[in-house]
Design a protein around this ligand. Structure first.
Ligand SMILES: [Zn+2]
Length: 483
């Protein structure tokens, strides 16, 4: 009943809701936790540090010490946890999801303590963020753009559509009023509207992230913070005027705009990469490749991931995953069958990897994101993205930063999240293998601490999403498994 009333309140009032930061300040401090003996990979970019002691007080990291010989056992109100032989990392941040309430245990069990939601039903995601921040429901910290800003007819039912620059500015102001954490611009937005959105967001000190059909060069110069799915890169590096004209002409066709990421990538001219990369690095434009979702069927791990997912979904403890999602998760492999042997997509993927490598070498910032939505595997897909980023040229240390420090800094949360340093929120994980030797060791999650609390993770407790997320027939039809 409480949550029902809360949801009604949010729906009816349209009021601004407390942010994660405001809520966390009200928390009652927990007992002190001391983690000793592990190897620290702190997310700052430093190499691993052996034999560290991390002291957590309340919801914050109090101290990080090396070679500390003090005994904490006899100190009052202190829980000492030996982590010899284990690795301590910041809690993972999935840089791009479309949050689903039932997915909470999957995120947490996979060590993901924050998610950056990039497009959702506005009242629902704000209610969910509030509920998680107040411990009414379990879940990772939620940061959200709420509904993505698009143009008519709109790519998805939860898009909020603007036809003019003034309408776009008004939507940004309304989002700011409701307390969003950043803004998401979507596929049908024209360049002049994107520019207006970025200007208006900047006035409220918010960044704009985009899945766009605007040239990445233009978007970077406007000041976009991140290019989702590497969208806009192809448009900036194709030298065929007819293809570029087609993008302009067909920007209002949902199926077309959604296909551009994959269809246009093979046409990229790598000789044009360096010029674009120079602009992006200078402007601080981050890249969020989402290879796991957008190149499923093309990347070489597809069959392995399919076998894992099919087996995982057999687990009776996961009965809380709705049938429609199960069908969509398995359906993504069926949908990608025809792409597996298509040389066009293999070329597009290889060029995308080449771009990522060149971007990284030039000092660009990469964000690890799963783009988890109805047809993806929450939690596990972020670990897969790390593997694909390492395949694409990131060192394991860089891949770990892409899932910790980089997304935190991208959305202006670097002061609280993303690294293990004194004064920051105590979101950290303990893993049972060296991720610098093999990035797949990130999957060996042994302990998850969020806000200074050791969480009970796993799937043994029944889980119920207390705030059902609305779904429309139109939305579901886009994830049909009948092809
Ligand atoms: Zn997305």
């Amino acid at each position: 009943m409480l949550v029902f009333l809360l949801l009604c309140f949010l729906l009816l009032s349209g009021c601004s809701t407390p942010t994660n930061q405001e809520v966390s300040q009200d928390r009652v401090p927990a007992a002190r936790i001391v983690l000793t003996g592990g190897t620290l990979i702190d997310g700052t970019g430093r190499g691993p540090i052996e034999n560290v002691t991390v002291v957590i007080s309340g919801d914050r990291i109090e101290e990080v010490l090396t070679g500390d010989t003090r005994s904490y056992e006899s100190e009052p109100n202190t829980q000492v946890i030996e982590v010899d032989g284990k690795f301590l990392l910041p809690g993972f941040i999935d840089g791009h999801v479309h949050y689903l309430g039932w997915a909470a245990p999957l995120y947490l069990t996979h060590g993901i303590t924050s998610v950056l939601d990039l497009g959702n039903w506005t009242p629902w995601i704000l209610a969910q963020r509030f509920a998680v921040a107040n411990d009414l429901v379990p879940g990772p910290r939620i940061f959200t753009s709420a509904g993505q800003i698009d143009s008519p007819p709109g790519t998805f039912p939860h898009s909020i559509n603007a036809s003019t620059e003034e309408e776009a500015r008004e939507i940004v102001r309304e989002h700011v009023q409701r307390g969003v954490d950043y803004i998401k611009a979507y596929t049908m937005i024209r360049p002049e509207l994107l520019k207006a959105i970025i200007e208006e967001a900047r006035a409220a000190d918010l960044v704009v992230r985009g899945h766009i059909t605007v040239s990445a060069r233009e978007a970077a110069l406007f000041g976009i913070a991140s290019l989702e799915h590497m969208s806009g890169i192809a448009i900036a590096t194709i030298d065929d005027p007819e293809t570029l004209q087609e993008v302009e002409d067909r920007r209002t066709e949902p199926e077309y705009v959604m296909a551009t990421v994959r269809e246009l990538a093979p046409l990229m001219n790598p000789e044009l990469f360096d010029d674009l990369i120079e602009v992006m690095v200078k402007q601080g434009t981050a890249l969020s490749p989402t290879l796991v979702s957008w190149w499923m069927g093309v990347h070489p791990h597809t069959q392995e991931y399919e076998e894992q997912d099919r087996s995982f979904l057999q687990d009776p403890r996961l009965s809380f995953i709705p049938e429609v999602s199960r069908q969509s998760i398995v359906g993504r492999y069926a949908r990608s069958i025809r792409d597996r042997s298509d040389p066009k997509f293999q070329l597009g993927y290889a060029k995308s990897q080449k771009f990522i490598r060149a971007f990284l070498e030039a000092g660009g910032t990469v964000i690890a994101s799963s783009d988890t939505t109805l047809g993806a595997m929450p939690g596990m897909d972020l670990h897969r993205e790390l593997e694909l980023l390492v395949d694409s040229g990131l060192s394991p240390l860089q891949a770990l930063q892409a899932a910790t420090r980089n997304p935190a800094q991208l959305i202006g949360q670097g002061h609280d999240l993303g690294t293990i340093e004194s004064g920051k929120l105590a979101d950290l994980i303990v893993i049972g293998g060296d991720p610098l030797q093999d990035i797949r060791n990130t999957q060996k999650i042994e302990m998850v601490i969020k806000g200074g609390k050791v969480l009970e993770v796993g799937y043994d407790s029944p889980f119920l999403d207390m705030i059902p997320r609305p779904l429309t027939a139109d939305y579901l039809s886009r994830f049909s498994v009948d092809d």
